[in-house]
Design a protein around this ligand. Structure first.
Ligand code: PMP
Length: 408
């Protein structure tokens, strides 16, 4: 377990955490939206951009070759971090959203047709709904949705009923960005594979907080974003099993993803290059490599354990507030607490929390079908990181009590 002294040491690595807004400290509780960056990431990017910068994969001079090595080294770090067999299974994208669109538009284009079925769940982020809905409209296939219980868990019996010979793909989130629910992704994968379906895991909220092992889960694809795992924005990852990637057609075409081009015809490169058309986000990828090193150094097991204790602490603190209802009570949860106040709308709650320098999120969190399921227009959400302190949750509770008293 991380001690308070260890947490303070970690906090000292993140310059934004000591930023003062209107002279008061910042309480940053919007980590599911984006995380702050440690100095190790900021400095790595600064060093690269100020003393080592060149484009990659053109290689004819020394700094270009070295930049390519650093870039590919980051790919290796990401592969090791999620337990991939081979670094060629790591494709750099602009974020989880693009990673999912890549699978929908490339895998979907070739392997999904009229009458086929895709299964998602009722707790997906829009980025794991809309690409599939769009594909279904294009291809004449059907989108099936796994319902969720009142405590915010997938109804696994219903999932099993939806699976069948027409199921081509199951796309579910590892952890809900609203409820925090951690889904049984290994079991889902096993059951989907039993009917011959592929599995995509949306790992945007999972990879930054819990040790991920793609070989153990056996998923076919995993999508996640750099900026939610203490790395830069503008970079994300699609992991895919190599043989599946190799069978997929290009998604975006252009430079850097070809073998040969004539005016009549083009042959495409092997993965990952086939899916990385154009100049990639070079500094961001190198920064992501530094973020992975930072997380590995802190230890994913320790991070998950500490964040779980924070979640329990925060849940206890907020549960004591009259008129506050927590939405999402699954036994296995990531450190996210969404709630509804009887008396004040989430948009007002977050504006009022901001007066105490507490950064929280109010809205539908890009999960409108989930809001519809719970019959709320929006929620207030706090999402925690291993750099948060229990005292920050005490301050949150105090601020909420004040809001209810004044405006409720
Ligand atoms: N999936 C989930 C579960 C998310 O929380 C998010 C971001 N809120 C995304 C996908 C999309 O990530 P990005 O915007 O970085 O592409």
């Amino acid at each position: 377990m991380m001690s308070p002294a260890e947490i303070e040491k970690i906090r000292a690595d993140f310059p934004m955490l000591s930023a003062r807004i209107n002279g008061k400290p910042l309480i940053y509780l919007d980590n599911a939206a984006t995380t702050q960056k440690p100095l190790a990431v900021i400095e790595r990017i600064r060093d690269f951009e100020s003393g080592q910068y060149a484009t990659v994969r053109r290689g004819s001079y020394r700094i270009g070759e070295e930049a390519t090595e650093m870039f590919e080294d980051a790919r290796g770090k990401v592969a090791a971090f999620i337990g991939a067999r081979d670094r060629r299974e790591i494709i750099f994208t602009s974020g989880a959203t693009q990673s999912i669109n890549l699978v929908a538009q490339s895998f979907g284009k070739k392997f999904i047709g009229p009458g086929d079925e895709i299964i998602i769940s009722n707790m997906e982020h829009h980025s794991n709904i809309v690409p599939w809905q769009t594909l279904c409209l294009e291809k004449g296939c059907a989108l099936k949705v796994v319902p969720i219980t009142d405590s915010g868990e997938l109804v696994m019996e219903e999932f099993e009923k939806l699976l069948g010979p027409r199921t081509k793909l199951v796309a579910v989130t590892h952890s809900s960005n609203v409820l925090g629910t951690i889904n049984p992704v290994k079991e889902i994968t096993r059951k989907a594979h039993a009917v011959g379906a592929m599995v995509l895991i949306d790992g945007a909220q999972g990879v930054p907080h819990k040790k991920m092992d793609v070989m153990d889960i056996d998923c076919d694809f995993l999508a996640f974003s750099g900026h939610k795992m203490y790395g830069p924005s503008g970079v994300g990852v699609l992991y895919g099993k190599y043989d599946i990637l190799d069978a997929m057609p290009p998604y975006v075409t252009g430079g850097d993803m070809i073998n040969t081009v004539t005016m009549e015809r083009t042959t495409f490169a092997k993965p990952p290059a086939r899916f990385e058309a154009g100049t990639p986000p070079i500094s961001q990828v190198i920064g992501l490599g530094a973020a992975v090193d930072y997380l590995s150094g802190a230890g994913m097991e320790k991070i998950f354990e500490y964040e779980t204790s924070l979640l329990e602490y925060g849940t206890r603190a907020l549960s004591k507030i009259d008129g506050l209802r927590i939405i999402g009570a699954a036994p296995r949860k990531a450190a996210i607490i969404s709630f509804w106040l009887d008396a004040v709308h989430p948009h007002d709650v977050v504006t009022l929390l901001d007066q105490d320098n507490i950064a929280a999120r109010g809205g539908h969190h890009c999960a409108q079908p989930l809001m519809q399921r719970f019959n709320v227009p929006a929620t207030t959400r706090v999402s925690l990181s291993f750099y948060n302190r229990p005292e920050e949750l005490d301050m949150l509770a105090e601020s909420l009590r004040k809001i209810i008293k004044v405006f409720g």
